[in-house]
Design a binder for this molecule. Structure first.
Ligand code: AMP
Length: 330
C-alpha cells in the first residue's frame, strides 16, 4: 500500500482508538494489518477493504452478509468479529488476531502433521463447524488458508465471505436450502458443486473438512485441481493412500474415506464425532448436535425442469423445500 494510503488508514484507525501496526497479508479484496486497540490494550487484526477495488456484488451482497453473520457467531474456535467501520472509500473490519498465522503455511514449511497435532486441530475444526452449523449457517469456503492459529496453536476458523444462512424453520421443521452458487476453491469443493448440481451446503462443508484432514495428515491435497475433468474423476474414485502413508492410522484413513465420498453416504458431523478415530480425542461432544441431524440428510432430486428437493426428516416426514431449476445434470 502506498504511504499516502497507509496514512489515511492510520488516521481513521487513530480516530477510533487503534494504532496501526505491522502488515499481515493481502487477500482478494483486502489488506490485513495488525493494530493495537488502546481501550482493551490488545492487538487485533484489521482488514482494510478499498471499495473501488471490489466488485459491486461483493459490496452489496457478500460483504454485508459476512458482517451480519460473523458478528452473531461466538466460539473459541472461530476468529472473533469485533467491529466494522465504513468510510466513503473503505471498509475496516476489526477481528481477533491470530498471531501464529495460517495452518497452510505450517504445512508448507514442515510438511504433514503427526497424528496428535492432526487430531487436535481436526477436533477443533469439528467443534467450530458444529457450532456454525447449529446456527443454520454454512461457511462454503473452508480450506487450510482459512484456518488460523492463536498463541497456543488452537484453530480459529476465519473468512466468512461466502457464508450464508442455509436452514429455515418452517412449520417447526428445520429445512435445508440448497445452494446453487459456486463457492470455494476447486481443490476443496465436493463433486456435486463441480458438476453444477444444486447442493446441500452443510454436506459440502463436510467434504471440505475431509480435504483438510487428508492434507494435514499427508502434507498434500488429495486431488489434483490443475485439470477439472481429472479432478472430478479423482474425487469420484476417492482419496488414495500409498506406502508413503503407512504411518497414518487405519482409523484416520477410514474417517477420511467416510467423508470424501458421494453425497448420499457422506458422513454427517454427528457421524464424524462418533467415529472411533474421534471418540478417543473428543472430551466435549457438542450437545446441540442432536438437533442438527436434518441438515445432513441426503436428498432426492427428481428429473423435471423445475425440480423439487425433498428433505427426509429423521422422523420419516418428507418436506418439499423449493423449486430448483438445475443448470446441468450429473
Ligand atoms: P484474507 O483477506 O482473509 O485472505 O487475509 C489476508 C492475509 O491476512 C492472510 O495472510 C491471512 O492469514 C492474514 N489474516 C487474515 N485475518 C487474520 C487474523 N485475524 N489474524 C492474523 N492474520 C490474519
Amino acid at each position: 500500500m502506498a504511504s499516502s494510503q497507509a496514512k489515511v488508514v492510520s488516521t481513521i484507525l487513530e480516530k477510533h482508538g487503534y494504532q496501526l501496526g505491522r502488515y499481515l497479508g493481502k487477500g482478494a479484496y483486502a489488506i490485513v494489518w495488525e493494530a493495537y486497540f488502546k481501550k482493551w490494550r490488545t492487538n487485533v487484526a484489521v482488514k482494510v477493504l478499498l471499495k473501488e477495488r471490489a466488485e459491486a456484488e461483493f459490496l452489496s451482497k457478500f460483504l454485508p452478509r459476512e458482517i451480519q453473520i460473523w458478528k452473531s457467531l461466538k466460539h473459541p474456535n472461530l476468529i472473533n468479529f469485533y467491529q466494522s467501520i465504513e468510510t466513503t472509500n473503505r471498509v475496516y473490519i476489526m477481528l481477533e488476531l491470530a498471531p501464529r498465522g495460517e495452518v497452510m503455511d505450517i504445512i508448507r514449511m514442515k510438511g504433514a502433521c503427526d497424528e496428535k497435532t492432526t487430531g487436535k486441530w481436526f477436533e477443533q475444526l469439528c467443534q467450530g463447524m458444529a457450532y456454525i452449523h447449529s446456527k443454520g449457517v454454512v461457511h462454503r469456503d473452508l480450506k487450510l488458508e482459512n484456518l488460523l492459529l492463536d498463541h497456543n496453536d488452537n484453530i480459529k476458523i476465519s473468512d466468512f465471505g461466502f457464508c450464508k444462512y442455509a436452514a429455515a424453520d418452517i412449520n417447526n421443521f428445520k429445512q435445508v436450502q440448497l445452494s446453487e452458487t459456486y463457492c470455494g476453491s476447486y481443490a476443496y469443493v465436493p463433486p456435486e458443486v463441480l458438476q453444477g448440481i444444486p447442493y446441500n451446503p452443510f454436506l459440502s462443508d463436510v467434504w471440505s473438512m475431509g480435504v483438510i484432514l487428508y492434507t494435514m495428515r499427508t502434507g498434500k491435497l488429495p486431488f489434483d485441481d490443475s485439470n477439472l475433468r481429472r479432478l472430478l474423476k479423482q474425487m469420484i474414485k476417492g482419496p488414495i493412500f500409498t506406502q508413503k502413508h503407512k504411518a497414518i492410522s487405519i482409523e484416520c484413513k477410514d474417517l477420511i474415506h467416510c467423508i470424501l465420498r458421494g453425497v448420499s453416504t457422506r458422513y454427517s458431523l454427528h457421524a464424524i464425532f462418533d467415529h472411533p478415530w474421534m471418540t478417543h480425542l473428543v472430551k466435549n461432544r457438542p450437545d446441540y448436535l442432536q438437533d442438527m441431524e436434518v441438515f445432513y440428510q441426503p436428498f432426492n432430486i427428481t428429473k423435471s425442469s423445475q425440480r423439487l428437493m425433498t428433505v427426509q426428516h429423521s422422523n420419516g416426514h418428507e418436506s418439499f423445500v423449493k423449486d430448483i431449476p438445475i443448470k446441468s445434470w450429473g
